[in-house]
Design a protein around this ligand. Structure first.
Ligand SMILES: Nc1nc2c(ncn2[C@@H]2O[C@H](COP(=O)(O)OP(=O)(O)O[C@H]3O[C@H](CO)[C@@H](O)[C@H](O)[C@@H]3O)[C@@H](O)[C@H]2O)c(=O)[nH]1
Ligand SMILES: [Mg+2]
Length: 267
C-alpha cells in the first residue's frame, strides 16, 4: 500500500499558489544504484506529495549486477505499482536509450529526467515547476554554470559542482563554454541532465535525436533550441555521488567526443 495515499495534500512554503492538476513523470535510469534508489525515491515521493502534485517514477534498470531491480521491486510494493513503474532492460544499453525506453511508458503531462545518485537533488524540482509555470516554458534545465544572458533564469543559488577533481571540472566547464557559445546560445549547461520537459516536446526532440550515450543530453538541447522551444534554467549544485561509481568510462568519453564533433559539424 502506498504510505502517502491517505495523507492529505499539502503545499510547501506556498510553492504553488493554485492547484496544479498536471501529472509529473520522472524517468530514473539506474545502473548499480542499489544503495541510492530507496532514498532518492523516498525524497521524490516526499517532494511531490508535499507540493500536492500527481507523480510517477519510471525506473529503467539495465540488469544491474548489484541487484538494483530487486530493490526497485520492493519499492513498487511499498509505494504502489502505479507510482513506481519498472521498465527494466536485459543489458547495459546506455543512458540515452534508457530515456527513450522510459518515455514509452510515461503517462504524465511533464517529464523530469534526472540521475539516481543524488547528483541531482529532488529539492530543485519545485523550482523547475515554478519557472515552467511562470513563463509557460517548454523545457526547464538545471544549470551548474549560470550566465546572466540566460533569458529565463530562476532567482536562486549560483549553482556549481562539488566533488569532482580538477580535470573533470575543467573538461565540463570548457565543453559547456564552447558548446553554449557556438551551438546553443542562451543555455549555459548543455551537458547537464537534470531537466523538465513538456511530454510532447520531449517526444518531438527525441524523435530527431540520434546520439545514444552521454552526449544525448547535449544533442537534445541543441535540437530543442533549433526547433524553437523555450528553455529556462534553474541554478543547481551538482554533488558527486557518495555511493557507487560514475559509469562515464573511457569508451563513453570517446563516444562523447565523437558526438560533440558531429553536432558541431552537422547542426
Ligand atoms: N539504465 C541505465 N542507466 C545508466 C547507464 N549509465 C548510467 N546510468 C545511470 O545514469 C545516471 C548517471 O550516471 P553516472 O554514471 O552517475 O553519470 P555521471 O558520471 O555522474 O555524469 C553526470 O554528469 C554528466 C555531465 O556532467 C551528465 O552528462 C550525465 O548525464 C550525468 O548527469 C545514474 O542514475 C546511473 O545509474 C546505462 O547504461 N543504463
Ligand atoms: Mg553520477
Amino acid at each position: 500500500m502506498n504510505p502517502f495515499e491517505s495523507a492529505p495534500a499539502r503545499t510547501m512554503q506556498g510553492q504553488f499558489t493554485s492547484a496544479d492538476t498536471h501529472k509529473y513523470s520522472v524517468i530514473l535510469p539506474t545502473y548499480n544504484e542499489r544503495k541510492n534508489l530507496p532514498v532518492i525515491v523516498w525524497l521524490l515521493a516526499k517532494t511531490f506529495q508535499e507540493n500536492g502534485l500527481e507523480w510517477e517514477i519510471i525506473v529503467v534498470d539495465d540488469a544491474s549486477p548489484d541487484g538494483t531491480l530487486e530493490i526497485a521491486k520492493q519499492l513498487a510494493t511499498v509505494y504502489g505499482e502505479d507510482k513506481i513503474v519498472l521498465k527494466p532492460r536485459a543489458g547495459k544499453l546506455g543512458l540515452g536509450t534508457a530515456y527513450i525506453h522510459g518515455l514509452n511508458f510515461v503517462t504524465g503531462d511533464f517529464v523530469i529526467i534526472m540521475d539516481a545518485d543524488f547528483s541531482h537533488h529532488p529539492k530543485f524540482i519545485p523550482q523547475f515547476i515554478q519557472l515552467q509555470k511562470s513563463h509557460n516554458l517548454d523545457i526547464v534545465t538545471g544549470t551548474r554554470y549560470r550566465l546572466t544572458s540566460t533569458p529565463y533564469l530562476a532567482e536562486a543559488t549560483p549553482g556549481g559542482v562539488h566533488g569532482w577533481d580538477l580535470k573533470r571540472k575543467l573538461v565540463s566547464r570548457g565543453a559547456n563554454f564552447l558548446a553554449s557559445t557556438v551551438l546553443s546560445p542562451g543555455v549555459s549547461d548543455l551537458t547537464g541532465s537534470f531537466r523538465l520537459y513538456r511530454r510532447p516536446v520531449l517526444q518531438h526532440i527525441i524523435s530527431v535525436t540520434v546520439s545514444k550515450g552521454y552526449v544525448f543530453q547535449m544533442e537534445m538541447m541543441v535540437r530543442a533550441r533549433a526547433l524553437g522551444y523555450t528553455v529556462g534554467e534553474v541554478p543547481i549544485t551538482f554533488v558527486d555521488r557518495i555511493f557507487g561509481e560514475s559509469k562515464l568510462g573511457a569508451d563513453e568519453i570517446v563516444s562523447y567526443g565523437k558526438g560533440v564533433w558531429t553536432l558541431f559539424t552537422t547542426v
